[in-house]
Design a protein around this ligand. Structure first.
Ligand code: SF4
Length: 271
């Protein structure tokens, strides 16, 4: 039997979108903050050349699972140039990648630098905001301004069936994106860990998940099993959608995993 080659080339459309993101200068506050962090550096990384630019998404262009985070960390993705990468041992990158590894979406449980061999299968990671914000807090205007980048990237990911939003900002960014193409959610779903939102025919299902920030993981608000359950649920929903042969299967009262909020799905309707 011949050897099967893994195809890792990024499609031209996605490469173009990434190029546009990296060159964006629409938010002077965020661009100058990222550049300043890149000049001043953290002692542990003083020999590194920081990326210090907007950070595009990363992963499998044929992904059925899309993960939407908040924004690059100042000494993480703003340093390495890859989302959820390099924010220290046991940081959010490792926490996320470990869950993705256990559920079969990542080939390794860590995410330390761009050439560390990390490969995602059937999953793609993006962020609501592509530049590192001071105190991890972008302004509403900066979030709004960055949304077209997420829209452009998603347009290049035609197979996405399930979106896992990490934190409330990613969750509401996705709802905004849906609203921008006519999907109005009533009542507007509240973010919660394990909440599943059905946004209607042809729309990916949206799952809320606490962000794997150190604040959440160190306090036990988000545990490794909780995050793993969310990705197991995502996998299950993807498979149900595949086996239904239609847009997606949508049982009306599916509940989130036991350790999460246990709330039923929220339904949405198109305007
Ligand atoms: S946050 Fe987004 S919109 Fe603002 S400069 Fe960075 S990439 Fe551009």
């Amino acid at each position: 039997m011949g050897t099967r080659l893994r195809i890792t080339a990024v499609p031209a459309g996605l490469t173009h979108v990434h190029g546009v993101i990296v060159q964006c200068t629409a938010c002077p506050r965020l661009r100058s903050y990222g550049e300043r962090i890149g000049r001043e550096k953290k002692r542990a990384y003083r020999d590194d050349v920081y990326w210090a630019k907007p950070v595009p998404g990363f992963g499998d262009p044929r992904a059925r699972l899309l993960i939407v985070g908040l924004a690059p960390a100042a000494h993480g993705a703003n340093r390495t140039g890859r989302v959820f990468t390099g924010d220290g041992i046991g940081g959010s990158g490792d926490f996320l990648m470990s869950a993705l590894h256990r559920t079969g979406f990542a080939n390794q449980p860590t995410s330390h630098h761009r050439d560390d061999g990390l490969h995602l299968t059937d999953a793609y990671i993006a962020a609501a905001v592509r530049c590192a914000p001071p105190d991890n807090t972008p302004t509403p205007e900066e979030i709004r301004r960055c949304l077209p980048h997420l829209a452009a990237e998603v347009a290049q990911l035609p197979r996405v069936r399930v979106v896992v939003a990490l934190g409330g900002i990613g969750f509401s960014a996705w709802l905004r994106l849906a609203a921008a193409h006519g999907v109005i959610v009533r009542p507007r779903p509240a973010f919660g860990h394990g909440v599943v939102c059905d946004l209607g025919p042809g729309e990916p299902l949206l799952i809320g998940c606490f962000h794997p920030s150190r604040q959440n993981t160190n306090t036990g608000r988000l545990t490794a099993p909780m995050m793993e359950e969310v990705f197991e649920l995502a996998k299950q929903l993807i498979q149900e959608g595949e086996s239904s042969g239609a847009s997606r299967a949508r049982p009306a009262t599916r509940r989130a995993p036991a350790s999460s909020t246990g709330r039923p799905r929220t339904r949405a309707r198109r305007a």
